[in-house]
Design a protein around this ligand. Structure first.
Ligand code: 4NP
Length: 173
């Protein structure tokens, strides 16, 4: 470990629904595991439509009802994120389309190796190949509140697996 915090960035399309929810859930799990001094979590979108905006009200309501906090301002990921100081150690995409976009932004093999799909950390989905749509967290933007509850449950299962793997990820960084 380098002494710098291990940086996790969750990524979806708009950065107002899935990736901010994933950010809040992972941060809560990291805190509960006592790893908050070692891990930083943030989020971004592959598109820039919602830069500077708060998370979707349905995402916030779903998070708050389940006891999570989130302060949010939408951001868009670019190639520069892979090279500038403090660049993410792990980029967790929400679906296979986000995965393909982030892989296309990564400048080299070392950067591509930092990109994973969020649900690849769900132990019940272990072994599926990177970019497999069966690992998708479905986009809840066009749906109703139930879609957000489903998203939260998927994120919680994946975040549990991720935090279980964190000691090893921290050791390797
Ligand atoms: P997200 O959901 O990628 O989970 O943040 C979306 C939010 C906004 C839009 C699409 C997806 N949009 O078309 O504006």
């Amino acid at each position: 470990m380098t002494g710098n915090p291990y940086r996790i960035t969750t990524v979806c399309l708009g950065n107002i629904c899935r990736s901010p929810m994933a950010e809040a859930v992972i941060r809560a799990r990291v805190d509960a595991a006592g790893l908050e001094a070692w891990v930083r979590v943030d989020s971004a979108g592959t598109d820039g439509w919602h830069i500077g905006e708060d998370a979707d009200p349905r995402a916030l309501q779903t998070l708050r009802a389940a006891g999570y906090d989130l302060a949010h301002s939408g951001r868009q990921i670019t190639t520069e994120w892979f090279v500038e100081p403090g660049s993410p150690d792990l980029l967790l995409t929400m679906d296979s389309s986000n995965y393909a976009t982030v892989i296309s932004l990564a400048p080299d093999d070392a950067a591509r190796e930092r990109v994973r799909m969020m649900r690849s950390f769900d132990p019940t989905l272990a072994g599926l190949p990177a970019g497999d749509p069966r690992l998708d967290v479905p986009d809840p933007w066009y749906g109703d509140h139930d879609g957000f509850a489903d998203v939260l449950a998927m994120l919680e299962a994946a975040a549990d697996g991720l935090v279980a793997d964190l000691p090893l990820l921290l050791e390797r960084s």
